[in-house]
Design a protein around this ligand. Structure first.
Ligand code: UT7
Length: 425
C-alpha cells in the first residue's frame, strides 16, 4: 500500500511586542520609507520577556498545531525543530519541546538549514513516514532572531523578527500531501550570511564579543541575487518533479524575506499571478524558519486554501541553502474547534508534563545523592525503574481518567443528538 504524508494540524505563535519601522528610526539611521520600499516590512514581533526563547515559542505553536490536529502528544513519533537560533548548541531545542509537550514516545532533533529549514523538515518527515519509520511527526520552524541581531547594524536589524510555526504531519493512505521536494545547498556562499563566532571555528573570546561576531552578518546584495535565482529555479523544479505545470499550482507560499525578492523571482520570472502568492512579511519581517509555517497558518485562517489545492513552499537562506516542496492540500478548512473536554484534557496533560519533568530531574538528583557512583548499577537501576514505574502509573491513571471523562461526554453528546433526532420524527 502506498503511504502519503499529510499535514493535519497547524499552529503559530508570535510574541506580543510589536517593533515598528518608526521604533527603528529611533535606534539606527534609517527611515520607514526606506524599509518599506526596499523590503516591504512595516513591523515585526520581538520577544521582550527574558524567559521566552525559541523552545517556548516553538512549544506554544506546537500545542496549537496538536489541538488543531486533535493528536495527543503521546502519539507523536518524532519532533523536528528547524531553527537558526536554538536555545543551546546542544541539547536540541526539539528535546526541550518534547519535554514541555510531554511527548513521551517521540524522538527529537534540531535541523539546521537556516531559512530553508522548515521545508527541509517537511521533506525529512515525509521520508520517515513513507519509509514506515514514523506515523505522526511534528515539524516546527521557530526563531528568536532578535537575540542574535546587532541592533546597531541597519543592514540587518530592520529585516528580522521572532516567531514560530508548527505542523503535524501524519501517514495517510489517501493520495495527496507532499508530492515532491527539492533540497539544495552551496557552501561556497557560507560567508554571505553567517554568525561567525560561538561555534567551534571561532569559540567565544573577549575579542569575538568585542567585535560583535555573535551577531548576524550578511552581504545583502549577494544574498538577494542568489535568492531570486534559486526561488524561481526550485519552484520550477519541484513542480516538474511532481509531474505538474505551474498552471496546476494554486498557491505559492514563499519564504517571507523581502517583497522585492518574491516579486523578482516567482512573480516576474515565473509569471505566477501575484494574488496567488501569499505574503505577510509586512507584519512579521523575516522570521527565518518560521516564516513559511506562519504564512501557511495565516493563509488557512484567511480561508485561502481549499481541499485539493496544489501549494508550493519555497525558501532560501544561509548555507547557502534552498528548498521547495509541493503539496496537495487535503484538509477541509475551517476545521471544527476541539470540544472543551478535550481542550481541558490537553491542558491537564501539559501541566502533568511539567510535573513529570520536575520529578525526573529530582529523581536524578536523589539517586545521585544516595548512590553516588553510577557503578552501583543494580541498586540504582532498581530504584530508578521503581520510580519510573510509579511515575508512569500516575501518568497513565490521569490519562485514563481524562480519556474516560472525554469519552463519556462524547457518548452523552451522541445519545443527546440521537434523542433529538428521534423526537423530531
Ligand atoms: O532569509 C534570508 C535573509 N537575507 C535576506 O533575505 C537578505 C537579502 N537582501 C536584501 O533583502 C537586500 O539586499 C537588503 C534589504 C538587505 C538591502 O537592500 P538593497 O536594495 O540591496 O540595498 P543595498 O544593500 O544595495 O544598499 C543601498 C543603500 C546603501 O547606501 P549607499 O551605499 O548606496 O550609500 C546602504 O548603506 O541603502 C543603505 N541602507 C540603508 N539605508 C537606510 C542599507 N540599509 C539601510 C537601512 N536604512 N536600513
Amino acid at each position: 500500500m502506498t503511504v502519503y504524508s499529510r499535514i493535519i494540524g497547524w499552529g503559530k505563535y508570535v510574541p506580543q511586542r510589536v517593533l515598528t519601522n518608526a521604533d527603528l528610526e529611533k535606534m539606527v539611521e534609517t527611515s520607514d520609507a526606506w524599509i518599506r520600499s526596499r523590503t516591504g516590512i512595516q513591523e515585526r514581533r520581538i520577544v521582550d520577556d527574558p524567559d521566552e526563547s525559541t523552545a517556548t515559542l516553538a512549544t506554544r505553536a506546537a500545542r496549537r498545531a496538536l489541538a488543531k490536529a486533535n493528536v495527543d502528544p503521546d502519539n507523536l513519533d518524532l519532533i523536528i525543530v528547524a531553527s537558526s537560533t536554538p536555545d543551546y548548541s546542544f541539547p536540541a531545542t526539539a528535546c526541550l519541546v518534547q519535554d514541555a509537550l510531554g511527548a513521551s514516545h517521540a524522538g527529537a532533533y534540531d535541523l539546521s538549514a537556516a531559512c530553508s529549514g522548515f521545508v527541509y523538515g517537511l521533506a525529512m518527515a515525509h521520508g520517515q513516514i513513507v519509509a514506515g519509520l514514523a506515523k505522526t511527526i511534528l515539524v516546527i520552524g521557530a526563531e528568536t532572531l532578535s537575540r542574535i541581531t546587532d541592533w546597531s547594524d541597519r543592514n540587518t536589524c530592520v529585516l528580522f523578527g521572532d516567531g514560530a510555526g508548527a505542523v503535524v504531519v501524519q501517514a495517510s493512505d489517501q493520495p495527496g500531501g507532499l508530492l515532491s521536494a527539492v533540497l539544495g545547498s552551496d557552501g561556497s556562499g557560507a560567508d554571505l550570511l553567517i554568525v561567525p563566532a560561538s561555534g567551534t571555528r571561532y569559540p567565544t573570546t573577549m575579542k569575538t564579543v568585542a567585535n560583535g561576531d555573535h551577531y548576524i552578518k550578511m552581504a545583502g546584495r549577494e544574498v538577494f541575487r542568489f535568492a531570486v535565482r534559486v526561488m524561481a529555479n526550485a519552484t520550477r523544479e519541484v513542480v516538474q518533479k511532481a509531474g505538474l505545470t505551474l498552471e496546476d499550482v494554486d498557491w505559492i507560499i514563499p519564504h517571507q524575506a523581502n517583497v522585492r525578492i518574491i516579486q523578482a523571482s516567482v512573480v516576474r520570472q515565473l509569471k505566477f499571478p501575484a494574488d496567488r502568492v501569499y505574503m505577510n512579511l509586512d507584519r512579521y519581517g523575516n522570521t527565518s524558519t518560521a516564516s513559511i509555517p506562519i504564512a501557511l497558518v495565516e493563509a488557512i485562517e484567511e480561508g485561502k486554501l481549499k481541499a485539493g489545492d496544489h501549494i508550493v513552499f519555497v525558501g532560501f537562506g544561509g548555507g547557502l541553502t534552498w528548498a521547495a516542496a509541493l503539496l496537495q492540500w487535503g484538509v477541509k478548512t475551517p476545521k471544527p474547534p476541539l470540544p472543551w473536554q478535550k481542550r481541558i484534557g490537553l491542558t491537564m496533560h501539559y501541566q502533568l508534563a511539567l510535573l513529570r519533568s520536575f520529578l525526573r530531574r529530582w529523581r536524578r538528583k536523589v539517586i545521585g545523592f544516595l548512590f553516588g557512583s553510577p557503578d552501583t548499577e543494580t541498586t540504582t537501576e532498581k530504584v530508578s525503574a521503581h520510580v519510573d514505574k510509579l511515575g508512569d502509573k500516575v501518568g497513565d491513571h490521569v490519562a485514563k481518567v481524562s480519556s474516560k471523562v472525554y469519552k463519556k461526554v462524547e457518548s452523552d453528546k451522541t445519545t443527546d443528538t440521537e434523542q433529538e433526532r428521534k423526537s423530531q420524527h
